[in-house]
Every structure is written in C-alpha cells, then in structure tokens.
Design a protein. Structure first.
Length: 348
C-alpha cells in the first residue's frame, strides 16, 4: 500500500505553477491583442462580434494576471481558482467571435498549452475534469461562432467547416494533454519522488525545502529539521531478505506520513533514512512530536534534530547538526563493540 504522503510532487511544483501560468496568460493576452492589428495589415476587416470576443479575452487575461501578481510568489488557492476560471473562459470566448477557420485553429493552440498545464500541475482526476471543461467550452465557442470561412476558393458550407475545425481542435487539445502533459508529469515525478515509498526523494525534498524557506518571507526564517534512521535495518535485510526490508520502509513511511504535523515536509533521502522539517512559527514543536512518534511507532527508529534561524544556507548546516545528533542517538542505543584482541591491534 502506498503511503499517504505528507509531501508529494505537487509540493515541488508549487514554485513553478504561478510562473508558468503567468507566462501563459501574458502570451495569450498578447496574441489576442495582435488579433486587432494583423487582420487590417492583410486587408481583412474586423467584425463587431470579433472585436467584442477579443476584448473579453483580453480583459479576462489582464484580470487573471493582476490576481496572480497580487498573490506574490505563493498565490492562495482562491487566486488559482479565479485565474483558472479566467483562463478556461478566455480562449473559448475569443473563438466564439472568430469567422476564419484558421483563426479558430490558432486559438486551439492556446487551448493545447492550457490543457498541458492542467495535466502537469493538477492531480489526475482534477486535471481530466479541467481538460474536459476546456474542450466542452471550446466546442460551444466554435458552434456559436457566427460563420466560418476558409480563405480557400472552394465552396464549403459553414457546418462542414465548423465540424472540421472541431475535429482538429479537440484532437489536438486532448492529444497534447494526454501525450505531452502526461509525459512531463511522469518525468517530474520520477525525478523528485522515491519509487518505493512515494515520498519525495532527496532532490525533491531540497526543491520543496527551498520553496518553503523562500515562501516564509525575507526576514529571519526559523527551521527545524529531523533526520530519522530505522533501527537494526541491516539485520532485517540479512535475516528476512530485502523484500521484508522494503516492507518495513513502506510501513514506516505510511506511519510517518499519517502522523506528520500540518505543513511538515517528509522525504526518504537514503536507504533507511528519512527526513522531515517544519519552516516557520511552529518549527520548535517538531522534535517533541517526532520523539512521541518514535515511542509509539511499530517500527523502531532513532532521530536527530537541528534548528537554525537566519542561516544563509540552512539545509547544509541543519543536515550536519542533525546527522551528529542521530549518530549520538545510535551510539547511546547500540554502543560499538570493543576492538578485538588481534595481534595487529595489540602491536599497532
């Protein structure tokens, strides 16, 4: 059974989500603005419904950008919901006012990128719902568009043109989401997640840690880190096999993930070594919580804790101190055997 991970790939992606969404909104808003300039340059008139649709798309994009920038580096969930709704509506609304099939297909490219964004940054069920909403709105936008022309000197009725646009647009949007979006999400998960426990790995933890420290503010940030090491893990592997050792690690990951304090990061950073940390006001409570969990854990483990405030490179300093504390705890529990009575030792 996979653990209820207190830290997942979504924690790593939090730092990139607002930046990618801002870029998408800037690009699409600029393209909608270009729609007012380019048609007259090639001698094409702009119809009133096209002006209204493009204006609505631009206003939605600008509104979403304002909300994102006001949210700073870590926008709230409500800010993401508002911006997502604006992005979902903007492109279909613009498509509903276009009369050229090629212009509608160009708008579908923006919908492709938005669909990939959903798959990368949202859980699977939620991303599929968002892609489905985007596709449905896009279909409505093309259907309610006043007319559809192709610029090709061939007599084709409007219904046929709209049907062709819908087939191409829907195929491209859904295909991009399933192929490129899913591939990107899989690569990120593989690079930042431990395959056995589904917790963050060391690389993922360092990214999430950096994001948590930067998001805590520019002042003196307080951090507490706890290293966790399974007791007698080598003996378990030697006596019962590596499959039993893997089961011990998964059980401990489940236990820790289910009992972590709110806001704590949790990762597996070595063979039998886990790490957790808390950034911010409740950081000092973490060692006591972990000591209580160690007393109640069905899998015995030792721990070492370290805290710091305002360090330039807090992760390196915390690791070094916590590792010393962990080594001391291990020595107290299992002191080393005295050296054997060998000739080399007696004479050396």
């Amino acid at each position: 059974m996979r653990p209820l991970a207190a830290s997942s790939v979504d924690t790593v992606l939090q730092d990139y989500q607002p930046r990618i969404l801002r870029r998408y909104l800037w690009i699409t808003t600029a393209l909608h603005l270009a729609g007012f300039v380019l048609p007259p340059m090639v001698g094409l008139p702009i119809r009133p419904e096209t002006v209204a649709a493009r204006t609505a798309g631009i206003l939605l994009g600008v509104f979403a950008l304002v909300v994102l920038y006001r949210g700073g580096r870590r926008p709230s969930r409500r800010a993401y919901q508002v911006c997502t709704a604006a992005a979902l509506l903007a492109t279909p609304i613009v498509m509903s006012g276009l009369v050229l099939a090629v212009a509608q297909l160009l708008c579908a490219i923006a919908a492709m990128f938005l669909a990939m964004y959903f798959v990368v940054f949202y859980p699977k069920r939620q991303s599929r719902l968002l892609v489905g909403c985007l596709t449905g709105l896009m279909v409505v936008g093309v259907v309610v568009a006043p007319t559809a022309f192709t610029l090709v000197p061939v007599e084709v009725d409007t219904v046929t043109v709209k049907a062709a646009v819908l087939v191409v647009a829907v195929t491209c949007v859904v295909g991009a989401a399933e192929m490129f979006g899913s591939l990107t999400r899989t690569l990120i998960e593989s690079a930042s997640t431990d395959g056995l426990t589904a917790l963050l790995n060391r690389a993922g933890f360092e990214l999430a840690f950096r994001h948590a420290v930067e998001g805590a503010g520019t002042g003196q940030v307080s951090v507490t880190l706890v290293l966790i090491d399974v007791d007698q893990f080598k003996s378990t592997n030697d006596h019962y096999g590596h499959a039993a050792g893997d089961a011990v690690l998964v059980d401990l990951a489940n236990y820790l993930a289910e009992h972590m304090p709110r806001g704590a990061l949790l990762a597996r950073v070595g063979g039998d070594e886990f790490v957790t940390c808390v950034v911010g006001e409740h950081h000092a409570e973490l060692p006591g919580v972990m000591a209580q969990l160690a007393r109640q854990s069905p899998t015995p483990f030792s721990l070492g804790a370290a805290s710091c405030t305002g360090e330039a490179d807090p992760l390196t300093a915390l690791y070094r101190t916590a590792d010393r504390e962990l080594y001391t705890a291990k020595q107290r529990q299992h002191p080393p055997e005295p050296p054997g009575d060998e000739p080399t030792l007696r004479t050396g």
